[in-house]
Design a protein around this ligand. Structure first.
Ligand code: HEM
Ligand SMILES: *[C@@H]1O[C@H](CO)[C@@H](O)[C@H](O)[C@H]1NC(C)=O
Ligand SMILES: *[C@@H]1O[C@H](CO)[C@@H](O)[C@H](O)[C@H]1NC(C)=O
Ligand SMILES: *[C@@H]1O[C@H](CO)[C@@H](O)[C@H](O)[C@H]1NC(C)=O
Ligand SMILES: *[C@@H]1O[C@H](CO)[C@@H](O)[C@H](O)[C@H]1NC(C)=O
Ligand SMILES: *[C@@H]1O[C@H](CO)[C@@H](O)[C@H](O)[C@H]1NC(C)=O
Ligand SMILES: CC(=O)N[C@H]1CO[C@H](CO)[C@@H](O)[C@@H]1O
Length: 321
C-alpha cells in the first residue's frame, strides 16, 4: 500500500523550475537543513500547533513583497500589525530560536526568508504531509509594507473571485489556490472569523446555507454568541494535527470552517473549476500531496531578492544597521 502510494506520488509529480537552488548553502552552511529541522522538531514537540503556525508564516511572508522575511520585522507599522496578522500570526519566537541556532553555526550567511521556507517544509513533513526540495538563496528585504499586507493577503470573508485574483496577482493559478488552501488541514481558527456563518449570515436571517446544518450546534457551542471571539476551533476537525486530505473531504460535505474554505466547492462564480480540483483531492491524496508540494515551491519563488539585493538579516526582527 505504502509502496503504491510512493510510486503514484513519483509518477504524478512534475518538477517545477525556478531561479533559486536547493544546494545554495552547501559550501557556506552545509548543515543548515539539519539545524532547522532539529529546531522545528523541538518546537512542534513542545506544541503541535506550531507546525501550522510556521507554515502560515511563510505564506504570509511570500504574499507581501515576495518571500523576503518582511513579515518578521518588528514595528507598529510593520506587517505583524496588519489585520490578517494581528493577534493571529504566531511562531515569531520559534523563528528567532531557529535563526539563532543557524547564526551560531554559520553567522551572516542564511536569510530569514530561507529559514521560513525550510521551517514551513519541515512543519508539513512533521505533520505527515509531503516533502519537497526547498529552493534556497533568497535574501531579506529591508522594509515591511502593512498596507500591502492588508490588501494582498486573502481574507476569510473574500469571494472566490477575489481569492483567485489575489493568488493570480502573485503568479499562482487556480490549482495552486485549491492545493494551498489544503494547508488548512492543520491548525486552528478563531471564532470571530467564521461565527457570522452560524446565524443571520449576511443579514439573511439564517445560517450560511453552504454550511452543513449538522455542524452548526457544535460550532455554536464552541463559539457562543457574545462569547470570546478569540476562542479557537480546528480548521480540520477530522484530524486537526495531521496533514492529510480530510480538509477536502470536509469541503465536499459542507464542513469547511471558513467561508473562504467552503467557497472552493460551493462558490457559484466562474472559477468553480476549484470544485473539480477539490473533489479530486478529496478522493486522491497522492495528487493533493503532489500539487501541494509543487504549489509550495511556486509560492516560495514569489519575487525573491537575489544577488546584491536585500541583505542577510542577523536578527529577523530588525534590518541590519
Ligand atoms: C486561500 C486563502 C486563505 C485564507 C482566506 C486564509 C485564512 C485563514 C484564517 C482566517 C485563518 C485563521 C486565523 C486566525 O484564527 O486568526 C487561517 C489559518 C491558517 N492558515 Fe490560512 N488562509 C488562506 C490560505 C492559506 C494558505 C495558502 C496556507 C498555507 C499553505 C494557509 C495556512 C494556514 C494555517 C496552517 C493556518 C492555522 C494557523 C495556526 O493554527 O496558527 N492558509 N487562514
Ligand atoms: C506598499 O504597498 C502599497 C500597496 O500595494 C503600495 O501602493 C505602496 O507603494 C507600497 N509602499 C512602499 C513603500 O513600497
Ligand atoms: C497551474 O500551474 C501548474 C504548473 O505550475 C499546472 O500544472 C496546472 O495545470 C495549472 N492549473 C491551471 C488550472 O491552469
Ligand atoms: C439579520 O440581520 C439583518 C441585517 O443586519 C437585520 O435587519 C435582521 O433583523 C436580522 N435578522 C435576525 C433574525 O436577527
Ligand atoms: C482577541 O484578543 C486581543 C488581544 O487580547 C484583543 O485585543 C481582541 O479584541 C480580541 N478579539 C476578539 C474578537 O475578541
Ligand atoms: C470523487 O469524490 C467526489 C465527491 O467527493 C465524487 O462525487 C466522485 O465521484 C469521486 N470521483 C472519483 C473518480 O472517485
Ligand atoms: C467544532 C469542534 O471543534 N468540534 C469537535 C472536534 O472534535 C472533537 C473530538 O475530537 C470534539 O470534541 C469537538 O467538539
Amino acid at each position: 500500500m505504502m509502496m503504491i502510494r510512493v510510486v503514484t506520488f513519483l509518477m504524478v509529480c512534475v518538477v517545477v523550475r525556478c531561479q533559486l537552488s536547493s544546494d545554495f548553502y552547501s559550501k557556506n552552511c552545509p548543515n543548515v537543513l539539519n539545524i532547522v529541522r532539529r529546531e522545528v522538531r523541538s518546537a512542534v514537540r513542545n506544541e503541535m500547533r506550531m507546525a501550522a503556525s510556521l507554515l502560515r508564516l511563510h505564506f504570509h511572508d511570500c504574499f507581501v513583497n515576495g518571500c523576503d522575511g518582511s513579515v518578521l520585522l518588528d514595528g507598529n507599522d510593520g506587517e505583524k500589525f496588519a489585520l490578517p496578522n494581528l493577534n493571529s500570526a504566531r511562531g515569531y519566537e520559534v523563528i528567532d530560536s531557529i535563526k539563532a541556532a543557524v547564526e551560531t553555526a554559520c553567522g551572516g550567511v542564511v536569510s530569514c526568508a530561507d529559514v521560513l521556507a525550510i521551517a514551513a517544509r519541515d512543519s508539513v513533513v512533521l505533520s505527515g504531509g509531503p516533502t519537497w526540495n526547498v529552493l534556497l538563496g533568497r535574501r531579506d528585504g529591508v522594509s515591511a509594507n502593512q498596507t500591502a499586507a492588508n490588501l494582498q493577503l486573502p481574507s476569510p470573508f473574500d469571494s472566490l473571485d477575489s481569492i483567485v485574483s489575489k493568488f493570480d496577482a502573485v503568479g499562482l493559478n487556480t490549482t495552486d489556490v485549491v492545493a494551498l488552501s489544503g494547508g488548512h488541514t492543520i491548525g486552528l481558527s478563531r471564532c470571530a472569523l467564521f461565527s457570522g456563518r452560524l446565524s443571520n449570515f449576511s443579514g439573511s436571517g439564517a445560517p450560511d446555507a453552504t454550511l452543513d446544518s449538522s455542524l452548526i450546534p457544535e460550532l455554536r457551542s464552541a463559539c457562543p454568541v457574545n462569547g470570546d471571539g478569540n476562542n479557537t476551533v480546528a480548521l480540520d476537525n477530522r484530524s486537526r494535527d495531521l496533514f492529510d486530505n480530510s480538509y477536502f473531504r470536509n469541503l465536499v460535505n459542507g464542513r469547511g470552517i471558513l467561508q473562504s474554505d467552503q467557497v472552493l466547492v460551493s462558490g457559484d462564480s466562474a472559477a468553480s473549476t476549484t470544485k473539480t480540483i477539490a473533489e479530486l483531492y478529496s478522493n486522491n491524496s497522492a495528487v493533493f500531496f503532489c500539487d501541494f508540494a509543487n504549489a509550495m515551491i511556486k509560492m516560495g519563488n514569489i519575487s525573491p531578492l537575489t544577488g546584491g539585493n536585500g541583505e542577510i538579516r542577523r536578527n529577523c526582527r530588525v534590518v541590519n544597521s
